[in-house]
Ligand binder design. Structure first.
Ligand code: HEC
Ligand code: HEC
Length: 492
């Protein structure tokens, strides 16, 4: 195929420039290549059979994780990107005497329990793995039959059993009655969360049929990077910078829903955009050519993998931590996983229904916007307001590397280059600044920024929009020059 296109291209070039030399050049370069290819194709076994999509093997179940798990952001500081093929968490499995300086420094984080090994559970009396696998499968199904499902009967059965226990307890046993009463209350308190889960499954389109379609598409288009379970370690992932997202920590970077104490998740619309548009400056491709219904199904499947992965993550974060494992009641793991889902799904649902409140932009004309950018510069550098410069040192040019919450490496964006993962539209930047970027430490707006300044009260200014205009202005060389000429602000 390459030779064919080479020939076609050369011919086109030749026709555009029909000189004798060009014809000779064309024949001289392409002919030997063509001959060599014909020879190769004629050799038996050289041409692989075409892939039959129906024959793509779907594993019978999701493998349980058996890798390193980051429970808090590593404190050691990498000096640069990891060597290709050796992401930090993969390097931890290599013989220690072969580790580079950065990799060896990460061992301190292992020692400090910031990174745990999910394969080392010897400190537990009973191996929890079989029960974790059973619990996950009961809720989330298998790759061929993915689902998100609570066994609704189990809570009502537990409530009924507790009620019976309470009825049978004689009044004299006051302590036992009190305990049973509290336990009954706890069980009953879970009813509203379960209702939210049921509603969430519907509004987030997590029905088995959509998930099945999404799963097939995911294995076709995404698995080579994001892995079967969404671990981010597919066969094509190990040399990518940044690494493909590991959905199992439940954290996503690019979302437009305000953070809450309970946490924040991307909205369906955010995931849709990521999949359709890709992420600029990373290996994440744009799948815009797929029909909208397919992208929709992929969104559902990503949510499914993330819910499954985060449920697994939470249990392993306890089991693999020697200090916490004693609190884990192994027989209760499947039931505990349902409680996890009762926490996670309402969070997804809330975020999905709560977009960032985008205030109207008071700066309309180009001159207004440049003036806003000049004010934004002050907000960007003022530690009591935006404080962005603390991380985006030199506007990102001289910012240091750091580990992220997935065990990968990140670096505050160089804002003068104009490459933004999601987009450089004012609304996109507003959402990014408002929400921050989870998992890499970029904070959402501080309280100081959410409280209105006197100017904002009077409706004559808006610091969030000033930041947006500043970031937009410095990402463009012509506007950057204007900012220097008119306001004396030098950014390069
Ligand atoms: C060639 C590798 C590659 C393929 C194929 C790929 N991705 Fe990605 N994906 C990435 C990388 C790399 C990132 C992380 C980018 C970053 O952190 O800036 C990413 C990030 C993501 C994110 C996280 C966005 C966020 O807000 O954190 C989602 C969701 C995602 N990809 C979904 C998909 C889906 C669905 C498919 C298949 C239709 C897919 N990807 C195919 C490489 C890939
Ligand atoms: C704690 C450090 C930190 C602070 C403080 C911080 N950032 Fe960032 N910022 C980052 C990192 C790290 C990234 C790159 C994230 C990634 O893609 O891995 C980033 C990326 C960005 C991006 C690129 C988004 C995209 O779509 O690619 C913008 C814009 C940005 N920051 C603006 C700001 C502004 C404005 C502020 C101040 C309100 C700020 N940052 C404060 C660390 C920080």
């Amino acid at each position: 195929v390459l030779v064919f296109f080479n020939l076609k291209l050369e011919t086109e070039v030749t026709l555009a420039r029909p000189t004798r030399d060009a014809y000779h050049h064309c024949v001289k370069t392409s002919f030997p290549l063509l001959l060599a290819t014909c020879f190769c194709l004629a050799l038996p076994g050289c041409t692989p059979p075409p892939v039959d999509p129906a024959k793509i093997v779907v594993p019978p179940e999701y493998p349980l994780r058996a890798d390193w798990i980051v429970v808090s952001t590593p404190k050691s500081v990498p000096s640069g990107w990891f060597p290709p093929g050796r992401p930090p968490l993969v390097a931890l499995d290599l013989p220690h005497d072969t580790l580079t300086g950065d990799e060896a420094a990460l061992l301190a984080d292992v020692k400090a329990n910031a990174i745990l090994n999910t394969r080392q559970l010897k400190h537990m009396e009973t191996d929890p793995r079989p029960l974790i696998a059973k619990g996950l499968q009961a809720i989330y199904g298998t790759p061929a039959q993915p689902r998100v499902q609570l066994t609704m009967a189990s809570l009502e059965e537990a409530i009924a059993a507790k009620e019976k226990e309470l009825k049978d307890l004689p009044a004299a046993k006051k302590d036992e009655r009190d305990l049973a009463q509290t336990e009954l209350k706890d069980l009953e308190a879970r009813r509203p969360a379960r209702k939210l889960v049921e509603e969430g499954i519907e509004s987030l389109k997590l029905d088995p049929e959509t998930l099945k379609t999404g799963g097939n598409l995911f294995r076709n288009y995404c698995q080579q990077c994001h892995g079967l379970t969404g671990d981010g370690y597919g066969p094509g992932a190990l040399a990518l910078k940044p690494l493909p997202r590991d959905y199992r920590s439940g954290k996503f970077k690019f979302l437009a829903s305000p953070p809450e104490k309970s946490g924040v998740k991307p909205r369906r619309a955010d995931l849709y955009r990521t999949i359709a548009n890709g992420l600029d400056g990373s290996a994440m491709p744009a799948f815009r050519a797929l029909p909208a219904a397919d992208i929709d199904a992929l969104v559902s499947y990503v949510i499914h993998l993330s819910l499954r992965g985060e449920t697994e993550y939470q249990v392993f974060a306890m089991a693999a931590d020697k200090r916490k494992a004693a609190d884990l009641f192994v027989d209760g793991i499947p039931a505990e996983m349902e409680v996890q889902l009762e926490k996670l799904l309402p969070m997804w649902k809330r975020s999905n229904e709560t977009p960032v409140p985008v205030e109207p932009d008071p700066y309309v004309t180009d001159d207004d916007k440049l003036r806003a950018a000049a004010k934004g510069h002050a907000v960007f550098t003022d530690a009591s307001q935006g404080g962005c410069i603390a991380c985006h040192i030199g506007y990102g040019k001289t910012a240091p590397y750091s580990y992220d919450d997935w065990g990968g490496i990140t670096k505050p964006r160089q804002l003068t280059l104009g490459t933004f993962r999601v987009g450089r539209s004012p609304e996109d930047l507003f959402a990014r600044i408002y929400c921050g970027i989870p998992g890499v430490g970029m904070p959402s707006l501080s309280d100081a920024m959410l409280k209105k300044s006197p100017e904002e009260e009077a409706g004559t200014g808006n610091r969030k929009w000033e930041l947006v205009h500043f970031v937009r202005t410095i990402s463009d060389p012509i506007l950057r020059r204007k900012l220097r000429e008119q306001y004396g602000i030098v950014v390069d």
